[in-house]
Design a protein around this ligand. Structure first.
Ligand SMILES: Cc1cc2nc3c(=O)[nH]c(=O)nc-3n(C[C@H](O)[C@H](O)[C@H](O)COP(=O)(O)OP(=O)(O)OC[C@H]3O[C@@H](n4cnc5c(N)ncnc54)[C@H](O)[C@@H]3O)c2cc1C
Length: 534
């Protein structure tokens, strides 16, 4: 691996034309880079690889119908049921059928998936799965183990150049063609930016959690990829569908640590402060109902002041420390003994079903642009992701992109263009920006678990004001994604999957279609909604 540490990496030194630039060093980015080898690729990652990526935090594992008695058809049926009418069946079936091959790849890269005494893969059960289907590592350590294995493989692959601490801010286009990306080194603090001319750019920048105040996602998941692709003209799909994880551990931490769904799969129950098991009043599958239903159930208890707690004392008890070491650690840090005490929980933004619209090969709507992982919207999740289908989607589509690029030379523009710089007024520390605080608040209050027209219009008005105030390019990417989510949510006058309208609580057959939006269209609709001239 050619490795550009920040000390040795001279800003603006890169003047060649990359063949392939990958934005993001999570599972999708690294898997794609490995699959492209020996073709030279540059991976630009906002944080050192292994950190700043949801992939490393995944607890449960990867859904794959490889167990006895399980079938692709059952996995597909569960995926379709969770997706609330909007799953693209053909895309989902293709993904599901490729799961065994991708699990095989991961084993070959050295991922130590749990096995039984006869060497068969052990599988956990998660919410809304009709079978034990989630391939795991040491109970709840899947993400960490997968990323460690891939990072080791990447470090042994000379064709992969990884540059860490570079925050990609813009996709550069020439007409419909992507011509490269522009990044800011030194974790986004450098005054000058670096241009990476490339024949193909693959966006693998993860989720959007930090557009909200309560999220399970790492700090780097802030909707940058969707925002910059939209700003470059790419079509965005299904932005309004945001999945909450029902059981974030509610101990006041940002990001909020997660109590894996596998605990509910083991039989843990949800109770309020009075000890009442409230999910049995709401859904026949109780704690194993789809995530959005469980999230709303918990949200209602928390909002009503009754509190919500995940009680694992009977279902897991003394096995907790050994079988769920990650959650055990989070609880112990907060002074909770989960083998004896219920864990306080609340819903937190967890996963974005929407993102850059891609086809079966991972191609976006701009030539030379691909996207994979959480930032992409392939249609396999519909309105609500089935648990553990996201890591599967990341590896399946990353592999397809590598194959697509190998078989295709995107119309190249080979004139190297000089590294660009940008004025210093562009540098604003985002965490400290009052506009970011306001954006996160507006998204949480008005574009969250429960939505309605008047709240969504308030959020849209706020986003327009904040865009006027803060011209920082990274803030613009975030605001663009936030605007797409809010505008998509306002247009969908029904409730479906991860999108719940208190003013339209029913699902409408007429609206059983995916959303496709450009940023120009979202901007027009936003201004119309709040009566601001375009
Ligand atoms: C706590 C938690 C548990 C989860 N558990 C599971 C599970 O058990 N099973 C499952 O299937 N899914 C799970 N998910 C979801 C799943 O982990 C993610 O959807 C998946 O890992 C996304 O992979 P990715 O490669 O697309 O993004 P990530 O792994 O998030 O990687 C994104 C990469 O892009 C970088 N980046 C971001 N912005 C920029 C930028 N502007 N410039 C450069 N780099 C950038 C990041 O630093 C990172 O390297 C979980 C998510 C969380 C948060």
């Amino acid at each position: 691996m050619a490795h550009g540490t920040l000390d040795t990496y001279a800003p603006q030194s890169w003047t060649g034309v990359d063949d392939v630039v990958i934005v993001g060093g999570g599972l999708a980015g690294l898997f794609c880079a490995l699959k492209l080898a020996p073709r030279p690729v540059t991976v630009l990652a906002a944080a050192p690889i292994g950190r700043g990526a949801s992939s490393a935090w995944a607890q449960a594992g990867i859904a794959a119908a490889v167990g006895e008695g399980d079938t692709y058809e059952k996995h597909l049926a569960d995926t379709i049921a969770a997706g609330a009418g909007l799953v693209d069946d053909k895309m989902a079936l293709g993904m599901i059928e490729e799961a065994p091959a991708r699990i095989h790849d991961l084993l070959a890269y050295g991922v130590p998936f749990d096995r039984d005494l006869e060497g068969r893969l052990l599988q956990s059960r998660e919410a809304a799965h009709s079978a034990n289907r989630v391939v795991r590592v040491k109970g709840d350590m899947a993400g960490k183990a997968i990323m460690e294995a891939l990072i080791a493989a990447v470090r042994n692959t000379p064709s992969i150049r990884v540059l860490e601490g570079l925050i990609v801010e813009e996709i550069v286009t020439e007409g419909r063609y992507v011509a490269g990306v522009v990044a800011r080194p030194d974790f986004g603090k450098a005054r000058q930016r670096i241009a990476f001319p490339a024949r193909s750019a693959i966006i693998c920048s993860g989720g959007i959690g930090h557009l909200y105040q309560v999220t399970t996602n790492p700090l780097e998941a802030r909707g940058a990829g969707t925002g910059m692709a939209a700003r470059a003209g790419a079509v965005i799909a299904d932005p309004e569908f945001v999945q909450y994880h029902p059981t974030a551990i509610d101990v006041g931490r940002d990001p909020a640590p997660l109590a894996t769904e596998a605990l509910r799969g083991e039989g843990a129950i949800l109770v309020n402060r009075a000890g009442h098991r409230f999910m049995t009043d709401i859904h026949p599958d109780a704690e194993l109902a789809p995530r959005d239903v469980v999230a709303r159930g918990i949200f209602a208890e928390v909002s009503a002041g009754r509190g919500a707690f995940l009680d694992c004392t009977t279902a897991v008890g003394d096995r907790f420390e050994h079988e769920f070491p990650t959650v055990w650690g989070y609880c112990r840090e907060a002074g909770i003994d989960p083998s004896r005490q219920p864990i306080p929980v609340s819903p937190a933004v967890h996963y974005h079903m929407g993102g850059i619209l891609t086809d079966a090969r991972g191609r976006a709507s701009l030539d030379g642009l691909w996207a994979a992982g959480e930032v992409a919207s392939t249609g396999v999740h519909g309105a609500n992701r089935l648990a553990s289908n996201s890591l599967l989607e990341a590896v399946v589509f990353a592999a397809r992109i590598a194959e697509d690029i190998q078989g295709l030379l995107p119309s190249p523009k080979l004139n190297p263009w000089p590294a660009s710089s940008s004025p210093s007024d562009d540098i604003v520390t985002e965490q400290d920006s009052p506009e970011l605080t306001r954006l996160r608040r507006a998204m949480t209050e008005h574009v969250g678990v429960l939505r309605n027209a008047s709240g969504l219009k308030k959020a849209i008005a706020e986003i327009l004001v904040l865009e006027e105030r803060n011209h920082n390019v990274r803030f613009r990417n975030m605001a663009a994604t936030a605007k797409l989510i809010a505008v998509g949510a306002l247009a969908r006058t029904e409730s479906r999957g991860g999108h719940f309208r208190t003013d339209f609580p029913e699902t409408s057959d007429v609206q059983r279609q995916r959303t496709f939006l450009t940023l120009d269209e979202a901007d027009r609709r936003a201004r119309r909604a709040v009566g601001v001239p375009a």
